[in-house]
Design a protein around this ligand. Structure first.
Ligand code: TXA
Ligand code: MG
Length: 326
């Protein structure tokens, strides 16, 4: 196989190849990545093979929008969203608990998954147009220097992959910072362009790569809980989860209510419900009033997760803060 170098105009060829289970080296703002569909274990195995990489060294999953994190983790820590607000898209990778949908090939057999939203427009376009979340280690032969041009990738991987998408020289030039927010104290696992001090400004406390704890006065908005109702609140990933949470809370005598959105409402029958409407604009309009009504009349609030993107994401940001229970 002769490896072909694609120009930006051929981004659809790259996207189509990825959608069909092929591998493509893609540019990012840090270094070039060797990308394949992260959610299919057999494709991820091909990435390890092409690189000659040991399969217990986990890969980063690249996303195009923040809400994509819900596709790879069922239990996203609040710290992820705080970091995302400040540093995504950009050269930061955040390790979160692994969701059920993620194959163990990506995580090297572990229960955590690394997530990054690149800022390079071609990387974003490829993720969006392929519809895939992309597992992408640096596109070098294992142990070799990471590639920052299409030519570097060609020199390492010619004959092993069908395409390299040429996005010019990488701007940052070194790999992303990797920080785990799974541990009690967020910990830098790989230093990079986003420093431990910068992370500390957002998180308040972070362990740097040398293991030293850096404490900073947390940024406003992290220090004080905002948008919080006076009683316990939980986010439900889907209608079945909402019903389960409801039953548990009800069994505990907590007098629950569901802030229900869209089609989910049909599933709730005679349960206590406050209607968030059927469009993101409805939800934006109603969310604060619904939270106030809920805390006045009920003892436990369950909120439906809204669909991804646009205004719904902005409302979700408030819902996530309301349900953080810090
Ligand atoms: O800038 C980057 O991060 C580039 C571009 C292509 O996005 N990618 C990259 O991938 O450098 P890779 O595979 O060469 O390095 C990923 C690093 C490795 O050190 C790996 O051990 C770590 O991230 N990593 C991945 N998943 C992890 C996890 N679940 N827990 C801890 N470390 C993880
Ligand atoms: Mg690497």
């Amino acid at each position: 196989m002769e490896t072909k170098i694609l120009s930006a105009a051929d981004v659809d060829v790259a996207a189509e190849t990825l959608k069909n289970g092929g591998l493509v080296a893609i540019p990012t703002e840090t270094v070039y990545g060797l990308a394949g569909d992260a959610m299919r274990g057999e494709i991820v195995r091909k990435i390890y093979e092409a690189k000659g990489r040991p399969s217990d060294n986990p890969l980063i999953v690249h996303i195009a929008k923040i809400e994509d994190v819900f596709r790879v983790s069922d239990d996203v820590p609040e710290a992820f969203f705080a970091l995302a607000e400040k540093f995504m898209p950009g050269p930061l990778t955040v390790v979160v608990p692994k969701g059920k949908a993620v194959p163990y090939e990506v995580t090297g057999g572990g229960e955590t998954v690394a997530v990054r939203m690149p800022s390079h427009p071609l990387a974003r376009a490829v993720i969006e147009r392929s519809g895939c979340l992309l597992a992408a280690p640096s596109a070098n032969v294992s142990k070799h220097v990471s590639p920052t041009t299409a030519k570097h990738v060609y020199d390492d991987l010619n004959g092993k992959i069908p395409y390299i998408l040429d996005g010019g020289e990488c701007g940052v030039g070194i790999e992303s910072t990797v920080v785990s927010v799974v541990a009690d104290v967020p910990t830098v696992l790989r230093p990079g362009y986003i420093t431990a001090e910068m992370l500390g400004e957002v998180l308040g406390e972070v362990k740097n790569f040398e293991g030293k704890v850096i404490k900073t006065a947390p940024a406003p908005g992290m220090k004080y809980k905002h948008y919080a109702p006076r009683c316990e609140a939980a986010l439900a990933a889907n209608a079945s989860v909402a019903v389960r949470l409801y039953e548990v809370a009800n069994g505990d005598g907590k007098n629950p209510v569901i802030l229900a959105y869209g089609d989910n409402k049909k599933r709730y029958g005679s349960l206590n419900v406050i209607d968030l409407g059927d469009t993101p604009a409805d939800a934006a309009h109603r969310i604060y009033a619904a939270l106030r009504e809920a805390e006045d009349k009920f003892g436990y609030i369950i909120v439906d997760k809204l669909p991804d993107g646009g205004l719904a994401s902005s409302v979700m940001n408030r819902i996530l803060k309301a349900t953080a229970n810090e």
